[in-house]
Design a protein around this ligand. Structure first.
Ligand code: ZN
Length: 343
């Protein structure tokens, strides 16, 4: 099979011809037809989010089950599937209560700790494969469906975690990126007001077109001051930070009003923000971390997309062999929405 392989950090992926993998007893073999390319992969390729080398990255897949392991359950040959990408034990107290993203035994994600979807075939545990609703298959292409399991499920979890309610105001830092952009529909579904923050006129125009009620160019104005102006001095109820830099985390906190919630979603390995504890106490601010999504949240996003309430935003579809070009697009300044590879 053709696969794009990472052999060493900070080197281009190489096109390799590898044997089709064999599924273990509780696994299935999937023929991959599309795989999303996001910042998580960009971090994996640079080694800032370590992977087991040589690696086949990729965890936002659309595929078809073509072979079952001897004891695989819950799926059948011919099923069209996507991935719940977090490897989880299935029996710790977090897994048992639907919080697989903090499973105590999780070694990481498919595509990081085992081979993922930048290939024509991949294997996955049966409990990580989710059958797609028929209505979703009618509504969207494989390239549009592939990123739902991460790029849409991540903001969906943010809205739930922050208890975003109708008529509240939600500020999105990094709103034009592949994940942030899917927060717009999630906020609209919650009945809240969308203030989208990013840099550059082209991105802000795209965000307006996708339904942001207000947009702020972080390269031009002071974001907290502008949020205060737009909210009549009350501040935002929720800030979702998809950037995760020291600057966005500190300014994000400053955007919040009383009872506000800051959700940290972006990869924040080196960011050490400082904040006034007195302000957090007096205003009853909550600072929340959100890692990925639960299995049920992915299922919910598939169903909400099938119903047309959430829309995948995919702006570049490239063949597998152009995985390096996809990485460059994702890491570049001008990208709006998701980049997807097709086999
Ligand atoms: Zn577990």
């Amino acid at each position: 099979m053709r696969a794009m392989v990472l052999e060493a950090y900070d080197t281009p992926l190489k096109l390799r011809d590898l044997p089709v993998p064999r599924p273990g007893p509780r696994e299935a073999l999937v023929k991959v037809s599309a795989c999303g390319a996001g910042l998580t992969l960009h971090h994996a390729l640079r080694g800032t989010n370590p992977v087991t080398l040589p690696a086949i990255v990729g965890h936002e897949i659309f595929g078809e089950v073509v072979e079952l392991g001897s004891a695989a359950e819950g799926i059948a040959v011919g099923d069209k599937v996507t991935l719940y990408c977090i490897v989880h034990c299935g029996h710790c107290r977090f897994c048992r209560t639907g919080r697989e993203s903090v499973c105590i035994d999780s070694p990481g994600m498919i595509g990081n700790v085992r081979h993922g979807g930048y290939a024509e075939y991949m294997t996955a545990p049966d409990k990580n494969l989710l059958k797609l609703p028929p209505r979703l298959l009618e509504r969207y292409t494989p390239a549009e469906i592939a990123p739902i399991c991460d790029a849409m499920a991540t903001p969906f979890k943010v809205a739930r975690k922050s208890r975003l309610a109708p008529l509240e105001t939600c500020v999105v830092y990094g709103a034009a990126g592949g994940v942030g952009i899917h927060m717009l529909d999630v906020i609209r579904l919650a009945g809240a007001r969308i203030i989208a923050v990013d840099r550059g006129e082209a991105k802000l125009k795209a965000l307006e077109k996708l339904g942001a009620h207000e947009v702020i160019d972080a390269a031009k104005v002071d974001v907290p001051a502008e949020v205060m102006r737009l909210t009549g001095g009350l501040g935002a109820d929720v800030v979702a930070d998809y950037v995760g830099s020291r600057e966005t985390l500190e300014k994000g906190l400053a955007c919040l009003g009383k009872g506000g919630r800051l959700v940290i979603v972006g990869l924040t390995a080196n960011a050490v923000p400082s904040y006034a504890a007195g302000l957090v106490m007096r205003n009853e601010i909550e600072i929340l971390g959100s890692r990925g999504f639960t299995r049920q949240e992915v299922l919910d996003c598939l169903e909400l997309s099938a119903l047309g309430h959430l829309r995948p935003v995919v702006n570049h579809v490239l063949p597998l062999e152009q995985a390096n070009e996809a990485t460059a697009l994702v890491a570049g300044e001008g990208n709006v929405g998701r980049v997807v590879l097709t086999m």
